[in-house]
Write a protein that binds this ligand. Sequence first.
Ligand SMILES: *[C@@H]1O[C@H](CO)[C@@H](O)[C@H](O)[C@H]1NC(C)=O
Ligand SMILES: *[C@@H]1O[C@H](CO)[C@@H](O)[C@H](O)[C@H]1NC(C)=O
Ligand SMILES: *[C@@H]1O[C@H](CO)[C@@H](O)[C@H](O)[C@H]1NC(C)=O
Length: 237
Amino acid sequence: MLLAVSLLALVSVTLAVPVAPGEDQQVTMLPTSLAAPKVEVGWTDPRILGGQFIDFTTPRYGEPLNVIISNLSDPFILTEEGFPQYYKSIGFSEECLGLHYGHVHKADLGDGDGRKSEHILARQHYFPRWGTCWESLVGGNHFRAWKQNGTDANTSAWFLGVSKEKDSTKNHMIVPNGYNIGRDLLVESAIAGSRWNGMSWIADLEWREGLLEPGYKGINHAIAQDGRVAILTVHRV
Ligand SMILES: *[C@@H]1O[C@H](CO)[C@@H](O)[C@H](O)[C@H]1NC(C)=O
Ligand SMILES: *[C@@H]1O[C@H](CO)[C@@H](O)[C@H](O)[C@H]1NC(C)=O
Ligand SMILES: *[C@@H]1O[C@H](CO)[C@@H](O)[C@H](O)[C@H]1NC(C)=O
């Protein structure tokens, strides 16, 4: 039953239709309100080598990369094996039954890899008995993640695009204010502290402005976001 409904959702998935494109709306444009890139601790500003804090959902529109997990975090969660353990501890899990919803987004983290496909798509699971499949039916929080591990900036930091969606009958559309809401929900769980498989973590949080322009310019679905990026350093405790 779940599988059947999930398949339906898969077939009816949206292809991220850009909203009201205007000629002045280019995701690659560098707005003057942004701070100049500088040397960061624990990650590298993607803009230094031509990357940006908006992913490429379509060639011209994308979703904000609104959370960074710095490489000063527990080294285990920076690995491909360890990160799923961590995001399960804060209530996320991989795709339901291995089905992939929506198309793959690309991001340019300025690490020399150019636009690379997301490494992870994880969704919030509200109810352990149902797990991710439950979320896939009712909608909820989710993120895509890319690792900054190209040869030009091999920092191992994770860059996340977090957003909250409507339920799957609405074709996984982002809710109004869904980029800010999704990010804040994830951040709240991370700073509250979490446990999984006998491991515990708690995150330090730094808010950054000036990396991502506030507003909806270049943002998929034209849903405005506040331009704040959460830098998390996740400590094993
Ligand atoms: C962490 O990121 C910094 C860039 O801020 C980089 O210089 C450093 O080598 C990275 N550390 C690891 C372990 O990759
Ligand atoms: C970069 O990290 C991703 C995610 O862990 C991994 O799939 C990929 O193989 C890594 N790339 C390199 C060159 O190590
Ligand atoms: C990045 O650094 C790791 C060690 O931290 C290494 O295993 C990997 O090969 C490096 N990747 C690239 C693309 O240089």
